[in-house]
Design a protein around this ligand. Structure first.
Ligand SMILES: O=C(O)C(=O)Cc1ccccc1
Length: 560
C-alpha cells in the first residue's frame, strides 16, 4: 500500500512513518508539501497519508486543517503521537550568538518562539518542512540575503546528522519540554476492514470560519457532499491567545479524540456527541441540515445589532430601574426599590416571605486538590518562560441565564413555599434557585446553565487559569458561581461589579488589567456576550452569543 508523508528524510513525519510503517505492507512516499499529500490522496496516487494535525504547544497545523476542511469525505483511520525535540542547527563553525535568521516549518518556529525571542533571533523563514529548511541550509550560500554562516534551521537531531557541513548549535530548544505532535493516518478507503464514517465533516465546519479566502473552495467541496455551508467570521482583533482560544473553540472536540495508534477509531458516536455539545455551547446549530453552521453573531453584529435586551440606547443600568450606580455598594436604592444585582436585565422583584441567608461568598465545598490547586502544581513545575494563560469568563448570558420570574410550570410550587428548600440548591424545572437578600428584602432567581457548561469548564480548567469577571453584584453572583463550580474549585478568581469600569454612558467595561496588573495581556482572553465588556481590551475579547438569544423557544438550551 502506498503511504505518503511530509518529507524528505529527517522530517518529523518521516521519523513517525519509519517508526510505524517500515515494513513490507507499505511503500513510503515522501512529499514536499502537505497540500500535495492531500492531492495525491484525491487522485489515488497514494492510498494512505500520515498528516501532522496539531501540536501541544503551537496548536493546529494550519495547512493540514485547511486541506482537511475541503475534504469532508476523507477519514482518519488512526492517531499517533510523537514527542518532538528540536535542535538549532547551523553551518559547521557558526555560533548561536551569530544567528540572525532561522528557517523551519512554521510549527517548529512556533514551538520555539520564546527560545528564539530570548536569543534575539528575529528573522524567521517558513519552509515546507523542518528537513527541507535544513537541506537548504546545507546547500545554499545565503538565505534571504543573509550569509548562511549567520543562518540556522530547526529540526530533529537525526535530521541534523544527515548533513556533513552542519552542526547542532543547541538542543532541546522547544519552549515546552513536553512538546508533542499528533498525526493522523488518513485515507478515503476502509483499510483493514475498519469501516469508518467520515469524521472530518463536523470538525471541518469548525475550521472553516478561520480563513475567509478559502470560502468558495470549502463551499464547493462541501456542496459535493451535499453539505451547504454558511460562514460567519467574528471580526475580532486578535492576539495570539484569543486566536488560540478561537482555535480551541472551533476545534474543541478534536482534542477529545483519544490516541488510537493501537486501536482503530470506532467511537465515532462519542466524537459526534461531544462535538454536538460544543456546537450547542457555541450556538452552532448542527441539527438544521447536515453540518450546516448556523450564523453566530459577529463582533460587528454585536456592536451594531446587539442582542434583544441590549437593543435600547439606554445603558444596562438605565434600562433597569433597580440598578445601583456604579461603585456604590448599597443595599437599598434611593427610591426604596431593590438594587439590581445583575448587569442588564429588568427584574421582577419578589418580595415578602422570610429572608434566608445568602450563601457565603467562599462557600465552595473544599475538595483536595481542587482543579485550581492541581493547575498551580503544574504551573510551578513549568519554567518561567511558560506562564499560564488566563481565560476570563463572563457570567450572565455567557455561562448562565437567570431570571427572577418563576417559569410558569413551577410557579405553583414556588408559591407553595418551596423557597427555603430551593435555596439549598435544588433544581426545579431545570433551574437552580438562588435567593439574593439585599436591604432586608429577597429576590429569588432561577438560574440555568448554558448547555454542557460542566463539560466546558472541566476542559478549559485543565488548560487555563479561569477567572470569572461579572458586572453583576457579588451578593447575586457568588452563590451562582458556587453552584456552577460545584465544589470543584475551577475558578482562581472572581471579580464583580465593583471591579468594572463604568463608561460615560453607564455601561460596565472589564479592564483586564484589574485581574493582575503585572499580567501579560497577550496571555489573557475574555469570553463575553457583550462586546462593551472588552472595549478596553478589544484584542482580548472573544464574542459568544448571549444565552437569552438562544432561549427563544428552545427550552432544551438551558439544561442544568
Ligand atoms: O516539518 C516536519 O518535519 C514535519 O513533519 C511537520 C512538523 C513540524 C514540526 C513538528 C512536527 C511536525
Amino acid at each position: 500500500m502506498k503511504l505518503g508523508y511530509l518529507g524528505p528524510v529527517g522530517s518529523y513525519s518521516n521519523i513517525l512513518t519509519e517508526k510505524y510503517f517500515a515494513h513490507s505492507t507499505y511503500t513510503l512516499h515522501p512529499h514536499s508539501q502537505i497540500q500535495q499529500l492531500f492531492e495525491n490522496l484525491d487522485s489515488d496516487a497514494i492510498e494512505l497519508a500520515i498528516v501532522p494535525i496539531r501540536n501541544s504547544t503551537f496548536g493546529e497545523v494550519r495547512e493540514s486543517a485547511e486541506e482537511r476542511a475541503i475534504r469532508p469525505k476523507l477519514r482518519k483511520l488512526r492517531e499517533y503521537s510523537l514527542k518532538v525535540e528540536h535542535c538549532l542547527v547551523g553551518r559547521q563553525g557558526s555560533k548561536v550568538e551569530d544567528v540572525q535568521l532561522v528557517s523551519s516549518h512554521e510549527q517548529a518556529l512556533g514551538q520555539c518562539r520564546e527560545y528564539l525571542a530570548g536569543r534575539g533571533i528575529a528573522k524567521h523563514l517558513k519552509a515546507s518542512s523542518t528537513a527541507n529548511a535544513t537541506h537548504s541550509l546545507s546547500t545554499q550560500n545565503s538565505i534571504e540575503g543573509v550569509d548562511v554562516g549567520k543562518c540556522a534551521s530547526i529540526c530533529s537531531e537525526s535530521c541534523a546528522g544527515l548533513f556533513d557541513n552542519l552542526a547542532i548549535l543547541d538542543k532541546g530548544i522547544q519552549d515546552n519540554k513536553d512538546n508533542t505532535t499528533t498525526f493522523y493516518l488518513m485515507s478515503y478507503r476502509d483499510i483493514d476492514g475498519h469501516s469508518q464514517s467520515p469524521i472530518t465533516t463536523q470538525q471541518n465546519n469548525l475550521f472553516a470560519p478561520l480563513r475567509r479566502s478559502r470560502r468558495s473552495r470549502y463551499r464547493r467541496a462541501y456542496a459535493s457532499a451535499d453539505i451547504h455551508l454558511q460562514f460567519n467570521t467574528p471580526r475580532v482583533r486578535s492576539n495570539s491567545l484569543n486566536r488560540s482560544i478561537f482555535q480551541y473553540l472551533y476545534t474543541f472536540f478534536s482534542k477529545a479524540e483519544k490516541p488510537t495508534h493501537t486501536q482503530p477509531i470506532n467511537d465515532e458516536s462519542n466524537l459526534h456527541k461531544e462535538k454536538d455539545q460544543l456546537d450547542e455551547f457555541l450556538s452552532v446549530d448542527s441539527s438544521s441540515g447536515s453540518g450546516t453552521v448556523k450564523k453566530r453573531p459577529s463582533y460587528h453584529d454585536l456592536l451594531t445589532n446587539p442582542p434583544k435586551q441590549k437593543q435600547s440606547n439606554k445603558t444596562k443600568d438605565q434600562q433597569n430601574p433597580f440598578a445601583p450606580p456604579f461603585n456604590r455598594r448599597r443595599t437599598t436604592s434611593s427610591d426604596g426599590l431593590l438594587p439590581n444585582p445583575l448587569p442588564s436585565r429588568n427584574l421582577l422583584a419578589v418580595s415578602g416571605g422570610s429572608t434566608t441567608t445568602t450563601p457565603s461568598t467562599s462557600s465552595s465545598p473544599s475538595h483536595t486538590p481542587s482543579i485550581v490547586e492541581q493547575q498551580k502544581k503544574l504551573t510551578s513545575k513549568s519554567t518561567g518562560v511558560h506562564m499560564p494563560k488566563t481565560l476570563v469568563l463572563d457570567l450572565d448570558e455567557t455561562l448562565i441565564h437567570s431570571t427572577s420570574k418563576a417559569p410558569a410550570r413551577i410557579a405553583n410550587s414556588f408559591s407553595l413555599g418551596l423557597r427555603g428548600v430551593l435555596q439549598g440548591g435544588s433544581n426545579d424545572g431545570g433551574a437552580h434557585m438562588v435567593e439574593v437578600v439585599l436591604g432586608g428584602r429577597s429576590v429569588l432567581y432561577h438560574v440555568y446553565k448554558r448547555p454542557h457548561l460542566d463539560f466546558f469548564l472541566k476542559k478549559v480548567a485543565s488548560w487555563y487559569t479561569l477567572v470569572i469577571f461579572t458586572a453583576s453584584m457579588q451578593e447575586y453572583a457568588d452563590p451562582v458561581i458556587d453552584w456552577i463550580d460545584g465544589g470543584r474549585g475551577v475558578f482562581a478568581k472572581r471579580l464583580f461589579r465593583e471591579s468594572c469600569t463604568q463608561a460615560s454612558n453607564g455601561s460596565y467595561m472589564k479592564d483586564l488589567d484589574v485581574i493582575d496588573k503585572d499580567n501579560d495581556l497577550s496571555r489573557v482572553a475574555l469570553v463575553d456576550n457583550s462586546p462593551i465588556s472588552y472595549s478596553i481590551n478589544p484584542a482580548n475579547g472573544i464574542p459568544i452569543s448571549g444565552q437569552s438569544a438562544l432561549h427563544n423557544g428552545r427550552s432544551t438550551c438551558f439544561r442544568s
